[in-house]
Write a protein that binds this ligand. Structure first.
Ligand SMILES: Cc1cc2nc3c(=O)[nH]c(=O)nc-3n(C[C@H](O)[C@H](O)[C@H](O)COP(=O)(O)O)c2cc1C
Ligand SMILES: C=C(O[C@@H]1CC(C(=O)O)=C[C@@H](OP(=O)(O)O)[C@H]1O)C(=O)O
Length: 357
């Protein structure tokens, strides 16, 4: 399937080395104020060639809207958009036509479809995430109107970890450096780690943390489409993602129940919890506390060095990829994580409106 969401739905199309990437958003209500500069800014945060630590493919990624927006507002009609590809170097992939890059999608696409667009990985390329960032930006604008904000930042690159909780950080500093870690000293070490991977013709993975604030009580469906399940589905659908945890996550399993329970307290702003191991979600439904989660990204597959592989006739052979690749996806994945979270939150916000008088 090429669609995502229940009410606020995105269908994307396009391949990395085809004419372009685009999408259709269905189910966006009328009256969302569209800030085109903001949408373009989100695309600029994702685009390739943005700094020395990303792929050097040079795309301007200017979005062209075809429908659904009039006089600065959504009309409740399908929103169509396209971004044209301009800097494909398809010859870089000529020697990959009949061989499979280890841990990319070449082998599985070939086996599933019997053929594949080998240029730039075709539809398996993360270039498709452009569509998610456009739709996510519109979802963010909708959520902004109802007081919900979403931030993501790079938490770990390889072994270089941010040793602070998100409450101790100034999230307005996320974009103050090229790696998108809101702590200047850790950011420097992360950048050095990515440069080291690049120099060695290798790649490095890590973790992005996401935080959603201003969420009202009651978003999420109680059995299927639990809020955390939909967030996990969204995050695990991003290219190169290997893991998702929310709230206390895997570390929470080390605590006893009495340490882990989020005790309720009555405050001036209503019922709150003393701690937030639940990560703002209980029984699949938001409880009004911050939602926070971690997303794990692998070190990406295409290494600019020789590796063992097989070809499409099942002979063992060697592979030597060329071209422009991200030594680490995390800096560019930050806006993608935010976009996917925004799609889920907007979807559940609208779903609650349908389900309740
Ligand atoms: C922002 C971003 C940039 C990426 N850039 C590259 C890249 O330059 N080279 C590469 O081999 N994979 C890159 N990937 C990862 C591949 O798209 C991904 O590994 C591939 O589709 C196989 O899917 P899987 O890793 O989820 O199994 C990138 C992923 C993201 C999120
Ligand atoms: C083009 C983008 O990223 C690409 C993602 C990608 C991959 O395998 O996912 C491989 C590279 O593709 P190419 O060889 O065509 O440059 C990246 O540059 C983009 O994100 O816009």
């Amino acid at each position: 399937m090429n669609s995502f969401g229940q009410v606020f739905r995105l269908t994307s199309f396009g391949e990395s080395h085809g004419r372009g990437i685009g999408g259709v958003i269905d189910g966006c209500p009328a009256g969302v104020e569209i800030d085109l500069e903001f949408i373009q800014h989100e695309l600029d945060r994702r685009k390739p060639g943005q700094s020395k630590i990303t792929t050097q493919r040079m795309e301007s990624d200017q979005v062209e809207f075809l429908s659904g927006i009039f006089e600065g507002k959504t009309q409740g009609t399908p929103i169509g958009f396209v971004i044209w590809n301009k800097d494909q170097h398809s010859n870089d992939y000529s020697n990959l036509k009949d061989v499979f890059r280890p841990s990319h999608a070449d082998y599985t696409y070939q086996k599933k479809y019997g053929s594949r667009d080998h240029r730039g990985g075709g539809r398996s390329s993360a270039r498709e995430t452009i569509a998610r960032v456009v739709a996510g930006a519109i979802a963010k604008l909708l959520l902004r109107q109802v007081g919900i904000s979403i931030h993501a930042f790079v938490y770990r690159v390889g072994e270089v970890e941010l040793k602070k909780s998100y409450q101790e950080l100034d999230l307005s500093l996320i974009d103050s450096n090229i790696v998108r870690c809101p702590d200047a000293e850790t950011a420097e070490r992360m950048i050095a780690r990515i440069e080291e991977a690049g120099r060695n013709h290798d790649t490095v993975g890590g973790v992005i943390q996401g935080v959603v604030t201003g969420v009202p009580v009651g978003l999420g469906e109680p059995v299927f489409n639990k809020l955390h399940a939909d967030l996990g589905h969204a995050m695990l659908g991003i290219n190169a993602v290997k893991g998702f945890e929310y709230g206390s996550g895997f570390d929470g399993t080390r605590l006893s129940g009495s340490e882990h329970n989020d005790v309720f307290v009555k405050t001036e702003s209503g019922i709150r919890t003393k701690t937030n191991h639940s990560g703002g979600i209980q029984g699949g439904i938001s409880n009004g506390e911050d939602i926070y989660f971690n997303v794990a990204f692998k070190p990406i597959a295409t290494l600019l060095k020789e590796q063992q592989t097989v070809d499409k006739d099942e002979n063992e052979t060697l592979i030597n990829p060329k071209g422009r690749h991200d030594p680490c996806v995390l800096p560019r994945a930050v806006p993608i994580v935010e976009a996917m979270a925004a799609l889920v939150l907007a979807d559940h916000y609208l779903l609650r409106k349908i389900n309740h008088l």
